[in-house]
Ligand binder design. Structure first.
Ligand code: KIV
Ligand code: ZN
Length: 509
C-alpha cells in the first residue's frame, strides 16, 4: 500500500521495558532500564514505552529516570483508564522531552463480563473520560482497546471514535492473546480504518502477541492494511510467548520494501547490539535459530549452501549480517592485544565506554587474557556488563573460601566490605558449596531472602571459559536479580548473590 507510490514511514513503538519486562525472568533494575532506553534511542525507535508507573514505586522511578534521560524520541507510560494511574504517569513523565500517556481498557465480551464487570456503554464513557483526563497535561495520548482482536469490530470502532473525540492521537488494536490470523487481522485493521473515519487524525497502531508464533506476520499484515505504528520488543520478549519482535518487523519491512512500500526510521546496523544488550541484562538467551539475531541466522552448514554463498552470498542470504550490525570480522583478542585493538573491538560490537569505565574494563580484559588463551566477543560483552553493575555496591566481595567434597557438609567463610568501610566475616555450613556461601552472606546481611532462581552458564566454550551466574531472590513479596562473572563458578555465584542483595538494599532505602 503506497501513498502516491511513496514509501510510508511506520512508527516503531518499543515496549521492551514494559511488556517485555513483564515476561518471566526478564525484570530489569532502574539502571539497566536506562541503559536499554539509551540503546533504543540510538536504534532510532519512535517511542519507548518505559513502564507502568502505577504498578509499583520501582516502575514509577524507572519511567522517571528514562524520561529524564531520553531526548531523541517519545517516552510513553502505560496506565489503566483510571485517574490514579494517569496521575502516576503524569509524575513519571514530568521530565520527558516528548511524553506520551498510554491508556488502555478492554473491549472484548469476556473481559467486560469477567474482568471489568462493566457494560459496553460504561466502557465507551470510561475510555473517553480517561483520554480527556490525560489530555489535560499531555498532548500525545494513545488509547488501546485491550483484546481488540476478540472484540466486536463495530464496538471497537465506537470506542475508538469516543477516544479520538476526546483527543487520542493514536488508537491501538492489540491482539492481546495472540489469537488472530494474518488475513483476519489485516481485515480487522482495514475495517476499523474504514468504519472510524472521524478519528481526528489519530494514527492506527497494532500490538501483537506471539502465542501462535504469528506476532510478526500479523503486524506486517496490519501494515499492509494501513497501520501507522507497530508495537514490538527487542528479541520478541514479552508476556507468555512474547510480543512481535522488533528486529523481524524492521528487517521484513526493509528487505521487502518492494512489496510493502513501507519502512521505519530504525538504524538497522544497531539491531545486533540492542539484541545482545537485552539478552545480557535479562539473562535470557536468544534462541540460536531466531530470525535476524540468532547465532545461526547467518550460518551456512550444508556444503551446497556454503558453495553457493562462497560464489555469491545472495544465493542463500536475503540480507547481510553487517546490515544488522553483526561484526564481520571475528578477530579474537588475547594477552598480546593492545588497547587500540580492544577499543576497536568495543566499537565493532556497538559498545561505548569512556573514562574510568573504559580503564576498568581494559584492566579486566588484560587480567582475563592472562587466564584464558583467547578472549571472545561474548567475554568482552560480559566484562562490559559487569563493569557497570547498576545499583550502588553496598556490599562487595572481599575474600572467600569454600570447602566441599562428597558425603560431608560444605563449609564456607566469606568476608564482605560494607559501604567501602568496614569488613564483616562469617562462616556457614550448607548443602553444597553455593548454599554454604549464600548462608554465610545471609548471616552478614542479617536477612534470609529466598533464592527463587539460580542459573550458571559458561560465557564461551572451553575449559577456561568464564562462568556467568544469574540469581533471583525474593524478600517480603519483592524480587531482585543479580548477575556475577568469574572464571571460578563459585566466585561468580557469590558475586551474583551479592549483586541481587545490592539491588535489594538500593530499593529498600
Ligand atoms: O497486550 C496488550 O493488550 C497490552 C495492552 C496494554 C496494550 O499490552
Ligand atoms: Zn501486550
Amino acid at each position: 500500500m503506497t501513498n502516491n507510490g511513496q514509501t510510508r514511514i511506520i512508527d516503531i513503538f518499543d515496549t521492551t521495558l514494559r511488556d517485555g519486562e513483564q515476561a518471566p525472568g526478564c525484570s530489569m533494575n532502574l539502571w539497566e532500564k536506562v541503559k536499554v532506553a539509551r540503546r533504543l534511542e540510538r536504534l532510532g525507535v519512535s517511542v519507548i514505552e518505559a513502564g507502568f508507573p502505577a504498578s509499583s514505586p520501582g516502575d514509577l522511578e524507572a519511567v522517571k529516570a528514562v524520561a529524564g534521560t531520553i531526548k531523541g524520541c517519545a517516552v510513553a507510560a502505560l496506565c489503566r483508564s483510571l485517574e490514579k494511574d494517569i496521575d502516576a504517569a503524569r509524575e513519571a513523565l514530568s521530565k520527558a522531552a516528548a511524553p506520551r500517556v498510554h491508556v488502555f481498557l478492554a473491549t472484548s465480551p469476556i473481559h467486560l463480563a469477567y474482568k471489568l464487570k462493566m457494560t459496553a456503554d460504561q466502557v465507551v464513557e470510561r475510555a473517553a473520560s480517561a483520554v480527556k483526563y490525560a489530555k489535560k497535561f499531555c498532548a500525545d495520548v494513545e488509547f488501546s482497546a485491550e483484546d481488540a482482536s476478540r472484540s466486536d469490530p463495530d464496538f471497537v470502532c465506537r470506542v475508538f471514535a469516543a477516544a479520538a473525540g476526546a483527543g487520542a492521537t493514536v488508537v491501538n488494536i492489540p491482539d492481546t492473546t495472540g489469537y488472530a490470523m494474518p488475513a483476519e487481522f489485516a481485515g480487522l485493521v482495514r475495517y476499523i480504518r474504514e468504519h472510524t473515519p472521524d478519528r481526528g487524525g489519530a494514527k492506527i497502531a497494532v500490538h501483537c502477541h506471539n502465542d501462535l508464533g504469528l506476532a510478526a506476520a500479523n503486524s506486517l499484515a496490519a501494515v499492509e492494511a494501513g497501520a501507522d505504528q507497530v508495537e514490538c520488543t527487542i528479541n520478541g520478549i514479552g508476556e507468555r510467548a512474547g510480543n512481535a519482535s522488533l528486529e523481524e518487523i524492521v528487517m521484513a519491512l526493509r528487505v521487502r520494501k518492494d512489496l510493502l512500500a513501507a519502512d521505519t526510521r530504525v538504524d538497522a546496523s544497531q539491531i545486533y547490539a540492542a539484541s545482545r544488550l537485552v539478552s545480557q541484562v535479562t539473562g535470557v538467551n536468544v534462541q540460536p535459530n531466531k530470525a535476524v539475531v540468532g547465532e545461526n541466522a547467518f550460518a551456512h552448514e550444508a556444503g551446497i549452501h556454503q558453495h553457493g554463498v562462497l560464489a555469491n552470498r545472495a544465493t542463500y542470504e536475503i540480507m547481510t549480517p553487517e546490515s544488522v550490525g553483526i561484526p564481520k570480522n571475528r578477530m579474537v583478542l588475547g594477552k598480546h592485544s593492545g588497547r587500540h585493538a580492544f577499543e576497536c573491538r568495543l566499537g565493532e560490537l556497538g559498545l561505548r565506554l569512556e573514562g574510568d569505565a573504559l580503564e576498568q574494563v581494559f584492566a579486566q580484559f588484560k587480567e582475563l587474557a592472562d587466564k584464558k588463551k583467547t578472549v571472545s566477543d561474548r567475554d568482552i560483552e560480559a566484562l562490559v556488563m559487569d563493569a557497570a553493575c547498576g545499583a550502588a555496591e553496598v556490599y562487595k566481595l572481599d575474600r572467600w573460601v569454600v570447602n566441599c567434597g562428597s558425603s560431608l557438609s560444605s563449609t564456607s567463610t566469606i568476608r564482605l566490605r560494607y559501604k567501602d568501610q568496614d569488613y564483616y566475616e562469617q562462616a556457614a555450613v550448607g548443602h553444597g558449596p553455593v548454599d554454604a556461601a549464600f548462608k554465610a552472606v545471609n548471616q552478614i546481611i542479617r536477612k534470609e531472602p529466598a533464592l527463587e532462581h539460580y542459573e550458571l552458564k559458561a560465557v564461551t566454550g572451553g575449559e577456561d571459559a568464564q562462568g556467568e551466574t544469574w540469581v533471583k531472590i525474593a524478600w517480603e513479596g519483592r524480587r531482585w536479580n543479580g548477575r556475577g562473572l568469574s572464571t571460578d563458578v563459585i566466585e561468580s555465584s557469590i558475586k551474583a548473590y551479592i549483586a541481587a542483595i545490592n539491588n535489594m538494599e538500593a530499593s529498600l532505602i
